[in-house]
Structure formats: C-alpha cells, structure tokens
Design a binder for this molecule. Structure first.
Ligand SMILES: NC(=O)C1=CN([C@@H]2O[C@H](COP(=O)(O)OP(=O)(O)OC[C@H]3O[C@@H](n4cnc5c(N)ncnc54)[C@H](O)[C@@H]3O)[C@@H](O)[C@H]2O)C=CC1
Ligand SMILES: C[N+](C)(C)CC(=O)CC(=O)[O-]
Length: 479
C-alpha cells in the first residue's frame, strides 16, 4: 500500500488528500488547525461525489485516512510528502527542516507553491535534491495538471519517479524545464487577474460581466485547445503567420496594463467583494464547489469521449476492464460509478443511460469473444437488432453499479445477450439484446471469424446450464 503525507489541509491540501485517498493510497494528514479534519471531510465528500464520475471503470478501494498531531509521525512511513502550507517562504523552510528530520530519504517531497522556485524552497535543506515543486490546480481531485518544477539539485531519477507517481494517480505532470517565479500557468492567471482588477477599478466591467466574458467565449476554447492552437485557427487558412501579421501591431497599442497593478485599496477590495456577493452570494462555497465540479465533470467527460486534451489523460488513467472469471457463470462486463451527468430532473439515473451501460456491457462482451478494435478494423462487427430494457429499481449518482452478462444464444450470425444490472445485490434493471454479426463493407449480415464463433459458442454452451433469467423473452407489459 502506498502512503502519502499531506502537510497543510486547507483548500489545496484537502484536494491532494482526496485525490490520493480515492486512488487507493493511505493518507496521513498534519495540520495544526483544529478545524482541519472537518474541512478535509467536506472536501472529501465533494471529491467522492465528483471524481468517480470521470471514470468508466470502478475506482480502487479507498485508502485509510488518518490525522496526526505530530508532523514527524505523519511523514515517517510516507512515499510521497505533499507540502501545502501557506505561501510564505519562511513557513515552508521550517516545515521542510522538520520533514527531513523524520521522513525516508527516498520519499519525494512535493511543494504546492504557486510561485516560489524550487531552488528557493531548497535553501538550507538537509537534502535539497529531495524537494521539488508539484504545483496543482484547484480542485486538485479533478484537474489533472501538476507543474513539476525541479532545480539543478534534483536528479533525473527523482523527476522520473515523481512523474510516474503523479501519472498513476491520474495527473498530468508537466515538466517545467526552467525554474521561474510562478512557473508557467500562474504567469497567465496573474496577467489575466491584473487586467480584471483594472477593469473593475476603472468601472469598465463588474465582476459578473468579466466572468461572462470568459465563460461564454474564450474560456471554453482554452479548455480544449489552449492559446497557440486556438490562435492558429484564428489566422484562417494562412494560420499562425497571418494571425501574427494581423494582430502583431496591437501589441504596441494600449490593449493591456500588465505591469501596472492597481493598488488594492480598501475601497477597491470592498467594491470587488460586494460585486462578487451580488453575483454569487446566494450559494455557499461548498455549493459553488459542487456546481463547479458538476460542470467540470461534464466538460471533461465530453473531452474524454473525443480522447482529447484533459480527456485523453483520463483515458490513459482508466483502470483495466473487469477480468473474465469463471465462464460457467454470468460474466461481469461493467463495474463503475454512476456519473453525475447521467442523472436527470427526477434525481436518478436517466433511462437513456441504462441503455448506455448495457451498450458498454455488450461492447465488453464483444471484446471478450474477440470482436475487439483490431477485429472491427478488419471489417467485421456486431449490430444490435432488438433491445428490451426493464427498469426494476432507481439508482443515483455515485452508486457503484455492476452488469452481469448471460449468453442466451451464440450461434452463426446471432448473439442473444441478457444483461442484469446491480448495485451490490439490489437488481436495478435487465437488458435483453439480439445482435447480428455484419460485414462493415457490405453492411449486411455475415458469419463471424472462426475464432469468435468458437469462443462465443464455448461461453454459450457453459451458460446453457444456467436457469433462464427472470424477464427473458418478455414483451412490454407482460409480467
Ligand atoms: N488556493 C489555490 O487556489 C492554490 C494554492 N496553491 C498553493 O497551495 C499552498 C496552500 O494554499 P491553500 O491550500 O490555498 O491555503 P489554505 O490557507 O487554504 O491552507 C493552508 C493550510 O496550512 C495549514 N498550516 C499552516 N501552517 C502549517 C504548518 N506549519 N504545518 C502544517 N500545516 C500548516 C493551515 O492551518 C491551513 O489549513 C500555497 O503554497 C498555495 O500557493 C496552489 C494551487 C492553487
Ligand atoms: C491564485 N493561485 C495563484 C493560488 C492559483 C494557483 O496557483 C493555481 C490555480 O488553481 O488556479
């Protein structure tokens, strides 16, 4: 079992704790704040609600969470130590000194710092090469980016190990090759933030209008392509060169204020705070977190379906499909959580998603008999000719569901499947499907390959000894 120590359990430490725990690590927290356990518990509740929604497979069993009043006790057995204490260099130095007196010499010490360079963090450390910047983005349990910033003191083996660990918990480690204040991403965020403060101060826009300008337009573009790819397209057929030729001169015009920062007077702070209250004050912070998480899950799932950007990272981190067990029993073809975006106005899983889950079960069964991506690329596949779904009980977002598949007939061109969906032992639905093997060239029925025919008839023969499942062959309305 891998062990993470989380030092500082605020907004960011809580997010790290949740990501490690939900990815199966044991997590040991040190934070002197007496409220830390409550706060982490609340962040964890939100993470449990959202993170499993990003996966189309069951996540690993949660690790064990413990709180420690002694820092040395928290870090002692840890493989990964993540520092997320306030952004003050003297506090971070003090924490690293205490950590290195108690931790393993081979543990990685990651810092969440938003802006300090690793060489600054390493000053005065007993083993500077053990400390590296691992800068996350809020919410840490959903967003994959971690800026991994080493200094000359870190050796290549530590960086490689850090990348492996971060990848294994579903993150996207971006190796920042040259250390710099505020790394890469916070340079942008800071620039945009400065402009936004000026727009409020100069009375050009309210906090709400600025947010609309982002989320109705370029924010959506940035989420899936970033800056350069987006602007390349904006140059039309002539691409980036034309874009720069057209908009290059604007860089000399007064389009930004950048280095000129508005003074954060009490008046400006009050103005921003009251506009922000008017914009969002009807929601608590935890409610806003849930709204944000639901939106992020839906957007990231859309990118996942395209295997693009942050969605491709999710696909790479997906656990393997359930193993094929004893073929004399129904085969487990789906095991997953009900994602947040599968529920509807009735507060439960929408009927269309039952078909999606049964479709996924059929896809997995096709793979099991050898009708996998390579076979399909060679020109053969199955099409569904008929489906009958019975909805037996409702199920809610976050529930872990399982589909068991029984073959009723597997002969020639026909494959007759009966899926049963469960939450633990509670039966939720059944799906009966008749599929026909087709040639993807002629789009007509055809016989499957010998290998598929053999494997299918083997499973069909084994399942013939099972009782005919309740509801098989039923028509609508017939009990
Ligand atoms: N809030 C954000 O959006 C982001 C923050 N970060 C970075 O993460 C770090 C933490 O920031 P937040 O979580 O936002 O701050 P926070 O104020 O929410 O949490 C800091 C936590 O550290 C605890 N703490 C204070 N002294 C400590 C010590 N000596 N040992 C252990 N715990 C101690 C506090 O009790 C508090 O719970 C900072 O370096 C920040 O720059 C990184 C990415 C985003
Ligand atoms: C505002 N901030 C500098 C603390 C932001 C970050 O460091 C990253 C983020 O999550 O936006």
């Amino acid at each position: 079992m891998s062990v993470a120590a989380i030092l500082g359990g605020g907004v960011i430490g809580g997010g790290w704790a949740a990501r490690f725990l939900l990815m199966g690590w044991d997590v040991r927290v040190f934070d002197p704040d007496p409220e830390a356990e409550r706060k982490i518990g609340e962040v964890l509740d939100n993470a449990r609600r959202a993170l499993p929604s990003l996966s189309d497979r069951a996540m690993p069993a949660e690790g064990a969470l413990s709180f420690h009043s002694d820092l040395g006790d928290a870090v002692g057995p840890a493989d990964w130590i993540q520092e997320s204490v306030p952004e003050r260099l003297e506090i971070k130095h003090k924490v690293f000194a205490e950590v290195q007196m108690a931790c393993r010499a081979d543990a990685v010490i990651g810092s969440s710092t938003s802006g300090f360079k690793p060489s600054e963090l390493q000053q005065g450390a007993a083993r500077p090469g053990q400390i590296v910047v691992a800068h996350p983005f809020n919410p840490v349990y959903l967003l994959p980016l971690i800026e991994l910033v080493p200094s000359a003191a870190n050796d290549a083996a530590l960086i490689a190990r850090a990348k492996d660990t971060l990848t294994s918990i579903g993150c996207f480690p971006l190796h920042v090759r040259k250390e710099i204040d505020a790394h890469i991403a916070d340079r942008f965020l800071e620039a945009v933030w400065r402009e936004a403060l000026w727009l409020v101060k100069d009375g050009v826009a309210t906090t709400e209008e600025i947010d609309e300008a982002i989320r109705m337009g370029f924010g959506l573009r940035w989420a899936q392509m970033g800056l350069f790819e987006t602007y390349r397209i904006a140059g039309g057929e002539a691409g980036m060169a034309h874009f720069i030729a057209q908009f290059g001169p604007c860089l000399q015009w007064p389009w930004t204020k950048l280095m000129d920062v508005p003074e954060l007077t009490d008046e400006l702070i009050d103005q921003i705070a009251s506009q922000s209250n008017a914009q969002s004050g009807q929601h608590s912070i935890r409610e806003l977190e849930r709204i944000r998480d639901t939106n992020l899950v839906a957007m990231m799932r859309a990118l996942k379906a395209q295997d693009w950007g942050a969605g491709a990272v999710l696909n790479r981190a997906e656990p393997p499909a359930p193993e094929v067990g004893d073929i004399s029993q129904p085969l487990v073809t789906v095991e997953r959580a009900v994602p947040l975006d599968w529920t509807d106005y009735n507060g439960h899983m929408n009927e269309a998603r039952y078909l999606q889950a049964f479709g996924d079960a059929t896809d997995r069964f096709m793979e099991i008999v050898g009708c996998d991506a390579d076979y399909i690329a060679s020109g053969g596949s199955y099409f569904t000719a008929e489906t009958h779904i019975r909805h037996l009980d409702e199920v809610h977002a976050g529930a872990r569901i399982r589909v068991e598949t029984q073959v009723l007939l597997g002969e020639g061109k026909k494959m007759h499947l009966f899926h049963r969906m469960f939450e633990a032992e509670r039966e939720l639905a059944t799906g009966e499907h008749m599929l026909i093997h087709v040639s993807l060239e002629t789009r007509r029925a055809s016989v499957p390959s010998d290998a598929i025919a053999t494997r299918l008839s083997e499973i069909a023969a084994a399942h013939a000894a099972l009782p005919v499942p309740d509801g098989a062959g039923a028509a609508v309305g017939k009990r």
